[in-house]
Unconditional design. Structure first.
Length: 134
């Protein structure tokens, strides 16, 4: 079964009709579902997405949207904590990437779980040599 990491930028594009990538994201998600792809996100990614929803809309909307995500049988949310040291090492040692800790957590999680592709609109995943969908 194909496994694809879903980044915050994809969750935002899927949720927000005014996002410039909204239509592309919906088409990409349909394609991934047609291929029976398991979507994977880190808990940190869900937190960043929920925080953005709460700021842009309100807490109730954030709670509802995230609740639906977490209930999806097509999504597995992985804990971020086991990847903390690897992420901090990337942040320290890969200054040429110019990425944030959240991205480094995603990269470390992807490496540890042998996921090679991300559903994202964030170019930083390419810096870490992951394939992107979106």
């Amino acid at each position: 079964m194909l496994r694809v990491y879903v980044d915050t930028s994809a969750w935002i594009a899927l949720q927000e009709p005014r996002d410039r990538n909204h239509r592309k994201a919906r088409a990409a998600l349909l394609d991934l579902m047609d291929r029976e792809t398991l979507l994977v996100s880190g808990w940190h990614t869900v937190v960043v997405f929920a925080d953005g929803l709460a700021r842009h809309y309100d807490q109730r909307t954030a709670s509802t949207v995230v609740g639906k995500l977490l209930a999806s049988p097509s999504l597995r949310v992985e804990p971020s904590e086991p990847h903390r040291e690897a992420a901090l090492e990337m942040l320290r040692d890969r200054g040429d990437w110019n990425v944030d800790l959240s991205d480094c957590l995603s990269f470390a999680l992807m490496q540890a779980t042998a996921i090679t592709q991300a559903f994202t609109y964030d170019r930083d995943f390419a810096k870490a040599r992951f394939g992107t969908i979106g």
